[in-house]
Design a protein around this ligand. Structure first.
Ligand SMILES: NC(=O)c1ccc[n+]([C@@H]2O[C@H](COP(=O)([O-])OP(=O)(O)OC[C@H]3O[C@@H](n4cnc5c(N)ncnc54)[C@H](O)[C@@H]3O)[C@@H](O)[C@H]2O)c1
Ligand SMILES: [Zn+2]
Ligand SMILES: [Zn+2]
Length: 380
């Protein structure tokens, strides 16, 4: 089958790899109809991780069940399904409590597994014609048959739940004010989720005009950090007050104003400044234990300076980590079906799998409006 294979920094190709096979009676094989490129894929694409050449990317997968192991009980051939990017077993101590992003079974020696991701276990990615899904009864969320809402449902694999996770971690409540840093796909989904949860004022901080425009369209208040300290801008708009809650949807690749240079701790510091005393910081943005491409010796070791004294003084709560997609995806699916959420507004491009190399390049450079790309393996 055809698959997106990582070759070297800034180079992926579409080439033939072995078809996946059932390795366990609980597996299914899914023919992929939609698979998204993620900001997290770019960390590997840019050579910032230990990802080795040959890895097949793709953790945001949906499609049709075509083959089933004989222990699979709740699925049948032809089911339309979307899989959380996390691979979970469903029965370990963490999965049992809803922390499926930290499964103890699927990736021995590490809490958590995912498809097509460095260090996340032996699960080839789904930017391919087919993907093997382990513990399939647990990991497949069945969708209504047909083709309706395809792009909305594809986003249930990662960014809609992950954005929602930011709002959930920050415990966003009706009527609250929230500052969301980052208006990439995850940040936009976080702002959207805050609005769904009833926040009154949602500030969306970024520097990319098209992304800020998307934020404005969904009812968030755009803040361009190239036009001045975003914290001061928000506080000025709120007559001197900060916000109730904060979300970091940027991660360790955060930049300073005007500068191309990364300042990995800048968003964490800004959140500490902008969130009012006793507030909560929800941090789905990704930080790594070590970043070989980091800007200085501390960053290379994954060490970041945080204004911890200020956090103590303000009694702030900080919550972070991978999204436990299973905790939310069923409910977010039902919001989509009920017409109460339509996350696909964030999708900028849908292209055949064969165009993945071009899509990676443009998405990585943030050019031509490449915001969120869905690859369509059934279309070539
Ligand atoms: N926790 C999880 O489970 C999970 C899942 C998916 C993605 N992620 C992570 O979420 C983060 C966002 O993902 P994405 O796909 O939206 O990435 P993205 O790179 O498309 O978006 C990040 C945005 O942050 C903006 N930005 C940079 N510096 C900033 C600053 N100082 N202040 C405000 N905005 C700034 C950039 O301009 C960009 O638009 C990444 O770190 C990704 O790895 C986490
Ligand atoms: Zn992703
Ligand atoms: Zn588990």
């Amino acid at each position: 089958m055809k698959a997106v294979v990582y070759k070297e920094p800034f180079k992926v190709v579409v080439e033939n790899v072995d078809d996946p096979t059932l390795l366990h009676p609980n597996d299914v094989i899914v023919q992929v109809t939609s698979t998204c490129i993620c900001g997290s894929d770019l960390h590997m694409y840019e050579g910032r991780t230990a990802a080795q050449p040959g890895i097949v990317f793709g953790h945001e997968n949906m499609g049709t069940v075509v083959e089933l192991g004989n222990a699979v009980t709740t699925l049948k051939q032809g089911d339309r399904v979307v899989m959380p990017f996390n691979v979970g077993c469903g029965f370990c101590k963490n999965c049992e409590r809803g922390f499926t992003g930290f499964c103890l079974t699927v990736n021995p020696g590490f809490a958590g597994g995912a498809y097509g991701y460095v260090a996340m276990g032996p699960y080839p990615g789904g930017q391919a014609e087919y993907v093997r899904v382990p513990y399939a009864d647990f990991n497949c969320l069945v969708l209504p048959a047909g083709t309706e809402h395809e792009a909305d449902f594809a986003l249930l694999a990662d960014i809609f739940p992950t954005g929602y996770h930011g709002a959930y971690l920050a415990e966003v409540q009706p009527g609250e004010s929230v500052a969301v840093f980052g208006a990439g796909p995850v940040g936009i989904m976080a702002a959207y989720s805050c609005i769904i949860r009833g926040a009154t004022e949602v500030y969306s901080v970024d520097r990319v005009p098209e992304r800020l425009e998307v934020a404005r369209k969904i009812g968030a208040i755009p803040i361009n950090f190239d036009q001045g300290d975003p914290v001061e801008q928000i506080i000025a708009m709120r007559d001197g007050e900060g916000v109730d809650k904060g979300i970091d949807a940027v991660g360790y690749q955060a930049c300073g104003a005007q500068a191309a240079r990364e300042i990995p701790n800048t968003v964490l510091s800004d959140l500490t400044r902008v969130v009012n005393a006793t507030g909560i910081l929800g941090i789905p943005g990704l930080y790594v234990p070590s970043d070989p491409g980091g800007v200085d010796e501390n960053a290379k070791q994954g060490l970041l300076l945080m204004p911890f004294g200020k956090m103590f003084e303000k009694g702030l709560v900080l919550k972070t980590g991978q999204c436990n997609v299973k905790r939310y995806n069923r409910y977010l699916r039902d919001l989509i079906i009920a017409g109460k959420a339509k996350p696909s507004f964030v999708v900028s491009h849908e292209v055949p799998l064969s165009e993945a190399p071009m899509a990676y390049e443009k998405f990585d450079k943030r050019i031509d409006g490449y915001t969120k790309v869905i690859l369509k393996p059934t279309q070539g």
